[in-house]
Design a protein around this ligand. Structure first.
Ligand code: ADP
Length: 299
């Protein structure tokens, strides 16, 4: 399904009188197109710039319902410094608008595309922040189920903001509560955990940690079937060190291999951030937006 790319109206009104003056396009997903927008109160600029996600209601009702029920019901209740803040949702003409916290520096996937790989201190900072968000979600019995670099956004201060809760699930049914399990197959093939592929088995919240590793999926292949085969056998290799690959520390290799195991042995967010990878070296407390395109001076 492709998203309509017509420019949005220059002024989008909320039913209560607040309006949004739309600006440049931030990005396009499978379901929505996202524009920068400034909130206006009684026609006056407020300086409050947001991300306005526009979803055409022409989309198949079943798909729209599934995506929106989760986005609206789950995302709107989440408040954490490393989760994209959901402000409100409303309809105008034939579209639904979702007002979100603006993430000025794009996604971690965009950053990786420009940079190829990140340095160890940058990985430490991002993983610690991702673990904070994941711990918050799992404490509330929420699994994101599509935690990949394209859904990890960066705000103006280069803080991670977990976004796109369209596939998230709240583990609430009785059987879910007992075993905290879901059996639906979802997420992006590269990031599925092996237990999801094993017949008759559901997955629990630990499934998310598969994606925290090195910025790209460890199980690469040209077809879905090949990816699933590698994933089931847990077959992955580290890139050879040369001028275009990262110098991956032995601590990081150890951490990643501890994540790429079956769910029972996979560490929790607290256990991840207690790993030696985070203990003996530098974690940057500040990161410049220039790092989106250029590597820092540190190793
Ligand atoms: P979909 O629900 O269709 O997958 P996404 O949530 O991925 O849509 O949004 C589509 C694109 O819009 C993203 O890839 C990203 O480039 C941009 N985007 C989404 N949310 C934000 C945000 N909060 N801040 C900045 N850009 C965003």
């Amino acid at each position: 399904m492709s998203v309509h790319a017509d420019p949005p109206p220059s002024l989008v009104p909320e039913p209560n009188g607040v309006q949004y003056a739309t600006g440049g396009q931030l990005g396009k997903g499978g379901f929505a197109i996202c524009h920068r927008a400034e909130r206006l109160d009684v026609d006056r600029p407020t300086g409050h710039v947001v991300a306005l996600k526009i979803v055409r209601t022409k989309m198949e009702p079943a798909k729209l319902a599934q995506k929106f029920i989760t986005e609206l019901q789950i995302h709107s209740k989440l408040h954490h410094s490393n989760i994209v803040e959901f402000f409100r949702a409303f309809s105008f003409e034939s579209s639904t608008y979702v007002v979100l916290e603006l993430c000025d520096n794009g996604s971690l996937a965009d950053m990786l595309k420009k940079r190829k790989y990140l340095t160890m201190p940058e990985i430490r900072r991002f993983v610690i922040q991702i673990c904070g968000a994941v711990k918050y979600l799992h404490y509330r019995n929420i699994v994101h189920r599509d935690l990949k670099t394209g859904n990890l956004f960066l705000d103006k201060d280069m803080n991670i903001k977990v976004g796109d809760f369209g596939l998230a699930a709240l583990l609430v049914s009785q059987s879910d509560m007992m075993g905290k399990r879901r059996t639906t197959m979802c997420g992006t093939p590269n990031y599925l955990a092996p237990e999801i592929l094993e017949k008759g088995k559901g997955h629990n919240e630990k499934v998310d940690f598969y994606t925290l590793a090195v910025g790209k999926a460890p199980f690469h292949a040209s077809s879905k079937e090949e990816i699933y085969k590698k994933l089931k056998s847990r077959y992955y290799t580290w890139p050879e060190l040369n001028s275009t690959t990262n110098n991956i520390s032995s601590d990081l290799r150890d951490l990643v291999s501890s994540l790429l195991v079956h769910e029972e042995e996979r560490p929790s967010p607290d256990q991840i951030v207690s790993h030696p990878f985070f203990k003996i070296a530098f974690v940057p407390t500040q990161l410049s937006a220039a790092r989106v395109t250029r590597p820092p001076k540190w190793p």
